[in-house]
Design a protein around this ligand. Sequence first.
Ligand code: KG4
Ligand code: ZN
Length: 338
Amino acid sequence: MSIYILGIESSCDDTSAAIIKERKILANLIANKNVHKDFGGVVPELASRAHQQNIIPVINNVLTKAKIHKKQINAVAFTNGPGLLGSLLVGTSFAKSFALALDIPIITVNHMHAHILAHFIEDGSEKEPPPFPFLCLTVSGGHTQIMLVKSHRDMQLIGQTIDDAAGEAFDKAAKIMGLPYPGGPLIDQYAKDGDPEAFSFPHPRVPGLDFSFSGLKTSILYFLRDALKHDPEFIRKNMHDLAASIQHTIVSILMDKVRAAARQTGIRHLAIAGGVSANSGLRNAFEAEKETGNWEIYIPPFEYCTDNAAMIAIAGYFKYVDGDFAPQDTTPFTRYND
Ligand code: KG4
Ligand code: ZN
């Protein structure tokens, strides 16, 4: 008999639900009311309230879309961290109640591991998932990590940011340039017609495989403050070149450490995951590395880069087959290392 898992993601601002049959995705829906656009970032209280409004309609719609009756579902997998506590509590409480009512198990899923496991979703394409062990650069709005992935369940963090995440660097740079939240995708858009060498920003010096992005934000801030003194229209006139140069800097900082990780571990299967893996500059940098013959690369489809519940469902599936269920008194956690 097939195994059906309902996945629920509510760690940040997206309320998402997905249903998988084993590894095959049947439906994956995301609701985001865009309530944060005018605030320059996610407002936790608004996010919690939006999840509360969205969760029932999203679940109903995903069941309809997957053509599944709720009684067919074998387990409910949900993100229990890291993320915003209020947001996580909505998904957690819903998952517990839903599972209690149906008398089925609940499965907790680490959001960052789920981003990586998105590579194992069967979506009808011919693409092969990465073989173990592989390295994954996981880059999102809240995290930047290099993970040594030994199996679906065994992952070792070998590098991470010591301050801002790469997505945060994109979003903060965009905010300084007057762009709405989330600015990452907009920088990507503007960068397409810009010169990546037009402006240069310093690279941080961080030992080992760790990253730092807070200095970049400060240097962009000071650079633009000075430039605007001379020409108040500077940003508008140079939008494309600024976006391309900022993107180029962030991507080079990421690539330097990924190359170092590949050298140190001798692993040549390299993957990317998380919201920033949708960035065309980063995807192209990975493709270029493949062209040199150094690496086999694994890039997720766009829809599984940014937050989604399909990745939660697949991560839940791997725990389901191991019988790794959570008790009803489980609580969410906010930070990766907690
Ligand atoms: O993984 P994700 O959807 O949510 C978190 O877990 O944080 O990542 C969201 C981040 C945001 O910072 C957003 O600006 C960034 O991913 N992002 C991008 C692109 N698409 C999303 N950054 C640069 N270029 C993109 N195309
Ligand atoms: Zn994420």
